[in-house]
Design a protein around this ligand. Structure first.
Ligand SMILES: Cc1cc2nc3c(=O)[nH]c(=O)nc-3n(C[C@H](O)[C@H](O)[C@H](O)COP(=O)(O)OP(=O)(O)OC[C@H]3O[C@@H](n4cnc5c(N)ncnc54)[C@H](O)[C@@H]3O)c2cc1C
Length: 407
């Protein structure tokens, strides 16, 4: 169980080839259109649902792989197809992971399937944590959840921002401060069921990249949800808050558990960046072999060929970091050097670097929308920003390896 091998097994190869086929045949041909439209590509999601790729069962199976490699392999292929469309396909999992990490078995069983809907009536879900004044600094969150003893309901007020699928989701998972004095340890996550009054979409952002993925503000005005919508339940929350107020070692353990969850989810994001980088590298390799200047293919120049050599080396290194961290997460190895953060940091930076150099190698063509590398570069840019910026990843790694409270 859990033996690590760099050679994919038959199931993993089958998975990779299946998703690659969908990415090549369905996602890629639609990429430019949905990037221009800046809308959720519902017809593509529909196709993904039809073949079982957009479904709870698919993710359950991928996460079940004891080696941990199925998830990064799947992510790389999807994002190789197109990052904007792929993010529309996997965006729901952000919310699903929020429920899996904090919910009870009953809550997982009730809400996760609803997040995906059915093949005939697909739905998406949103995870809403970031706020205008609380991005990297999650502890500054202002959205408040207050318990109404009289009705047994939670009342939530605040404004969330940058929410992938925010406002168009059926189910929203919202993080709110229950006891703001406790910072991040005084927060809890809530399910906002479909049709709940008081929740509305604010501004929809017009973005630099991943434009097929919907990103918007979510406004919460006196949103009332039943007690059962508090993920993990009230008893567990009360115990957790009590421990945090005492500042006990048990409270510290809770904080470490949250860190471990982040470390475990970061490699999947790193794998997405690897997919974008690989896609751009492949275009650049092909182009430089066929583009002739000064009577020979431009790859005949060391200056060009060495850039391609560096691209490939960095992409392979990024993938190895991603696979290692994913394997560690699945097999329960401790992240003693924040290996999850390392993988996301390196893969995100690699995607940005590779795509920028791909534009350079394609010259004027690289700068136009006739070729896909400019889109890939715009898409890659977010990989050093969301799910923890590169600076925050470095902070986590530096603190973990040094044991010092580096600021
Ligand atoms: C397309 C997109 C989709 C997103 N999807 C979601 C989503 O679904 N749900 C959600 O909750 N959020 C989402 N986010 C939000 C994302 O996680 C935040 O943008 C990110 O955490 C950074 O926060 P910020 O934008 O407020 O930047 P800030 O925190 O204001 O950072 C600005 C700059 O300051 C740097 N910085 C900040 N603090 C430090 C420090 N201590 N040391 C060094 N440098 C520092 C940062 O690294 C960055 O370079 C999304 C964002 C984008 C762009």
């Amino acid at each position: 169980m859990g033996d690590f091998s760099l050679e994919l097994n038959d199931d993993q190869i089958q998975l990779r080839d299946w998703i690659h086929g969908f990415a090549a045949d369905v996602i890629r041909p639609a990429a430019a259109e949905w990037d221009e439209r800046e809308e959720t590509p519902w017809p593509v999601l529909q196709e993904a649902a039809k073949i079982g790729l957009y479904s709870m069962d698919f993710y359950a199976q991928a996460f079940f792989d004891p080696t941990g490699l199925s998830v990064p392999v799947a992510m790389e292929e999807l994002f190789w197809g197109d990052a904007g469309i792929a993010l529309s396909i996997v965006g729901t999992t952000l919310a699903a992971v929020g429920v899996l990490a904090n919910g009870t078995e009953d809550q997982i069983g009730e809400w996760v399937p609803r997040m995906f809907g059915t093949v005939d009536d697909i739905k998406v879900a949103a995870f809403c944590s970031s706020e205008p004044d609380a991005g990297s600094d999650v502890s500054a969150m202002r959205t408040r959840a207050r318990y109404d003893e009289a009705t047994g309901e939670w009342v939530i007020n605040g404004t969330k921002t940058w929410a992938t699928n925010g406002g168009i989701a059926d189910v929203h998972v919202v993080v709110a401060a229950v006891d703001p004095a406790l910072g991040a340890r005084g927060q809890a996550s809530f399910i906002i069921p479909p049709g709940t009054s008081g929740l509305s979409q604010g501004q929809k952002f017009k973005k630099h990249g991943i434009r097929a993925s919907h990103t918007a503000e979510v406004v919460l005005e006196d949103v009332r949800v039943p007690g059962r919508c508090l993920l993990g339940g009230k008893e567990r929350l009360d115990e957790r808050l009590a421990r945090a107020r005492e500042g006990s070692s048990a409270g510290e353990r809770g904080k470490n558990a949250a860190m471990a969850t982040f470390e475990a989810s970061r490699p999947a994001v790193g794998a997405q960046a690897v997919g974008i980088a690989r896609a751009a590298y492949e275009v650049a390799l092909e182009y430089t072999k066929t583009r002739v200047q000064f009577g020979r293919p431009i790859i005949d120049n060391q200056g060009v060929a060495f850039t391609l050599a560096d691209m490939r080396t960095r992409i392979d290194a990024a993938r190895l970091l991603v696979w290692r961290a994913s394997w560690m997460a699945t097999t329960g190895k401790p992240f003693d050097a924040a290996e999850g953060s390392m993988s996301k940091l390196y893969a995100g930076e690699t995607a940005k670097w590779v795509t920028a150099n791909a534009i350079q190698l394609l010259g004027g063509n690289g700068f136009t929308r006739e070729y896909p590398v400019e889109r890939m570069h715009r898409d890659a840019a977010v990989y050093t920003i969301f799910e923890g910026t590169s600076e925050i990843q470095r902070l986590v790694i530096a603190r973990t390896i040094s044991g010092m409270p580096i600021r």
